[in-house]
Design a protein around this ligand. Structure first.
Ligand code: PLP
Length: 409
């Protein structure tokens, strides 16, 4: 029998969203007549923009003709898409990126889980806490963390607590770390970072020879004009930061699968003997080994997001979800809950009542309001005492969920 990777045994219980599904199923099996509203998993509900659908049809026709048929594509994505990304998402904000610094992939989940692979096993990692669970879990199975204590805290992770007390802005680590996961706008708290705070992170990374893995999956939701959209808007970030983005939450690609990662040419790692190595080259090697790139049809669909109609249609999707956020935030605040987020991000971060744990509150909201949320503790130890609701539901479901929570809890 082959030995398996025992680091998998170090994972905390099951993946958060799998546990949410499991508890929801137990409840719905026991109460088949109850109509449960799901505002738990952050999955979009509106269909794809028409410009994207048209591109899918056209790309499908390309695949039907010998002259335009595509087999394997470039490992790192087609240039037509990488060029649009560099021009629209960065050039328009005064950030110059080379096309060969953009790596197209099948998801922000896979990118944010895989990036740790190009770093040494003994790198010290720091995480915002709470945050998207994939960063911690991918480092757990890579053997960097050891086992969690009874409170779900891994000795091998440097946690950067983000709570109402510090306005959801973590302090810089007090010790040296090698990799820092920052997620802004933040899932789950909905917090954004100021230019000054992000500058401090870049300065820290430069001083410590650390790398920032900057996840901007929710960048399109930023409305406050002073909030940076990309870490590369900060001077000096090109030497220390990798940025990930996704088409999932802006253009509704959760079922299509498309994202990208930017690794600037200036970024260096070092070998044991101090030899510098280009991280762009290393990530390109890793991508060539493990990927044949996302499907041509999906990349064509993503490129349509950058057309004028595509941009307008994506804006309408985001506006729709942000109106949901306003309804949830306003409704729960009126009912006496303390609510954060929901302004530059499609997540509402709600304080649980005093002395009620986040999983107990999850069970209570499910049992009494028949609404599924996500318990804060599932996003990290500092998420205890909070509960996340997403703005991705339909309008009637969102309104009804708020009404039920207001009247039944
Ligand atoms: N990054 C963050 C912070 C997320 O919240 C999510 C999804 O919820 C992802 C990445 C994953 O995005 P994708 O659908 O591209 O895998």
């Amino acid at each position: 029998m082959a030995r398996f990777n025992e680091s998998y045994l170090n994972l905390n219980q099951s993946y958060l969203f799998a546990e949410i599904r499991r508890r929801t199923k137990v409840f719905t099996d026991a109460h088949p007549d109850v109509r449960v509203i799901d505002l738990g998993v952050g999955d979009v509900t509106l269909p794809l923009p028409p410009a994207v659908i048209r591109a899918i049809h056209e790309a499908t026709d390309d695949m039907a003709r010998r002259e335009t048929f595509k087999g394997y594509g470039p490992y790192v994505g087609y240039e037509f898409l990488r060029a649009e990304i560099a021009r629209h998402d960065f050039g328009s904000r005064g950030v110059t990126l080379g096309v060969d610094e953009v790596f197209v992939s099948d998801g922000g989940k896979s990118d944010s889980a895989n990036l740790q692979e190009i770093f040494a096993p003994d790198c010290v990692i720091a995480l915002m806490d709470p945050v998207y669970p994939v960063y911690a879990d991918s480092n757990v199975v890579a053997g960097r963390t050891g086992r969690a204590d009874a409170g779900g805290r891994y000795a091998g992770i440097v946690y950067l607590p983000c709570t109402a007390e510090n306005n959801f802005q973590p302090a810089l680590p007090r010790r040296h770390v090698d990799l820092i996961y920052l997620c802004y706008p933040n899932n789950p708290t909905g917090a954004v970072v100021t230019r000054e705070a992000l500058t401090r992170w870049v300065e820290y990374a430069r001083a410590e020879d650390a790398v920032i893995l900057y996840d901007a999956a929710y960048e399109a939701y930023i409305v406050d004009t002073e909030v940076p959209h990309s870490i590369y808007e900060i001077d000096g970030a090109r030497e220390v930061a990798i940025e990930c983005r996704s088409f999932s939450k802006n253009a509704g690609f959760t079922g299509m699968r498309l994202a990208y990662t930017v690794v600037p040419k200036e970024m260096r790692g070092r070998g044991v003997d101090g030899t510098p190595m280009s991280l762009n080259t290393l990530w390109a090697r890793r991508t060539a080994i493990k990927s044949n790139g996302p499907p041509y049809i999906i990349q064509k669909a993503a490129a349509a997001v950058y057309t004028p109609e595509g941009q307008q249609q994506v804006r309408a999707l985001i506006d729709f979800y942000m109106e949901n956020a306003r309804i949830i935030g306003g409704g729960l605040a009126a009912a006496g809950f303390t609510v954060y987020g929901g302004r530059n991000a499609p997540y509402l971060w709600v304080r649980t009542p005093p002395a009620v744990s986040s999983w107990d509150f999850f069970d209570k909201v499910l049992a009494e309001a028949h609404v599924v949320g996500a318990p804060g503790a599932g996003f990290g130890p500092s998420g205890e005492g909070y509960f996340r609701l997403t703005a991705f539901g339909s309008r009637p479901q969102t309104e009804e969920a708020v009404e039920r929570i207001k009247t039944r809890l």
